[in-house]
Design a protein around this ligand. Structure first.
Ligand code: NAD
Length: 300
């Protein structure tokens, strides 16, 4: 009922998300500049346009799943020519699911609205596994009527769709959540290394903390030591999971938000520095819980 969805950016996340829209019988046309992404999309039955403009011109919804806010703003505005905002028909709904700066999301919404369109930010959590299974969580920043329009679309790709507030609120919720996650994982990892030094077994610390006030997702679901939580990446040599490079990216967005709002935070910026260093090396492709090996290696 929503009409054609132009799906721009068919990478690790966008590819399987678009495939789920197709599976549900939705009318979708994709675009991605990278030939490998185009081939994978075609193999999933996603019709592909040869330019983003061609895809967007006929669409009721322009959905973007791009690496960064610069990609989104460049696509909206155009770099060497007209952007998507000027080629799309009037009142097109621009739905950005990428993870970008809160300020960039607000800017994207402002220029979309100014061009006579509608705008929604709806970043996700759940990773590639969630994208494939259609179980993502969407954090949505939208005017109430626009939320009602995108909700049935997002439900085909996710299982929790949370309306967080107006333009930018989806990105705001995501950045706050991931700052908690980044900081809490470092705290859990430091506590396990301290426990090792104090002669405590991993299991004993886990049994206590997971039932006490130290309880958190970084401990009980993504436990950074092998053993207590068999499904955590620590049991498979820190294969992600949630890669260090992505945590570093999300914490840089948190840092930008802290700076632009003037919050007197210390843990968030510190976590950002720690994950930048982790992701500059092998940590980029390892699960972010692998930060524990750095802490252990640096300890005397
Ligand atoms: P990716 O690099 O695999 O995919 C991005 C795709 O966008 C690429 O295929 C690229 O060719 C394409 N692209 C670049 N510019 C384009 C343009 N102008 N028009 C159309 N396509 C263009 O990245 P990903 O892992 O799929 O992540 C996408 C977004 O989702 C990022 O913002 C990321 O932070 C966020 N995210 C990723 C994960 C994850 O686990 N991978 C989890 C949550 C959120």
């Amino acid at each position: 009922a929503t009409g054609l969805i132009a799906f721009l950016g068919l990478g690790h996340m966008g590819g399987p998300m678009a495939a789920n829209l197709i599976k549900a019988g939705h009318d979708v046309v994709g675009y991605d500049p990278v030939p490998a992404a185009v081939e994978a999309a075609l193999a999933h039955g996603i019709p592909m346009a040869s330019t983003a403009h061609e895809a967007a011109a006929e669409a009721a919804v322009v959905l973007t799943m791009l690496p960064s806010g610069k990609h989104v703003l460049d696509a909206y505005r155009g770099v060497d020519g007209p952007g998507l905002l000027s080629v799309a028909g009037p009142n097109t709904l621009f739905l950005d699911c990428s993870t970008i700066n809160v300020d960039e999301a607000r800017e994207a919404a402002a220029i979309a609205v100014e061009a006579g369109h509608r705008s929604v930010d709806a970043p996700v959590s759940g990773g590639v596994v969630g994208a494939e299974a259609g179980t993502l969580t969407f954090m949505v920043g939208a005017l109430p009527e626009d939320f009602e329009t995108v909700k049935p679309i997002l439900e085909l790709m996710g299982k929790r769709i949370v309306h967080c507030g107006d333009h930018g609120a989806g990105q705001a919720a995501k950045v706050c959540n991931n700052m908690i996650l980044g900081v809490s994982m470092i705290a859990v990892a430091e506590a396990f290394v301290l426990g090792e030094k104090l002669g405590l077994t991993h299991q004993a610390l886990f049994d206590v903390a997971s039932n006490a006030s130290g309880q958190c997702w970084a401990l009980t679901t993504n436990c950074p030591v092998p053993g207590p939580v068999p499904t955590s990446p620590a049991n498979r040599d820190y294969q992600p999971g949630f890669a260090g490079a992505l945590m570093a990216k999300d914490l840089r967005l948190a840092l930008n938000a802290l700076e632009s709002t003037g919050v007197a935070a210390e843990m968030g910026p510190l976590a950002s520095r720690i994950y930048d260093a982790f992701a500059a090396g092998e940590g980029a492709g390892r699960d972010f819980s692998g930060i524990i090996t750095e802490i252990r290696d640096k300890s005397v």
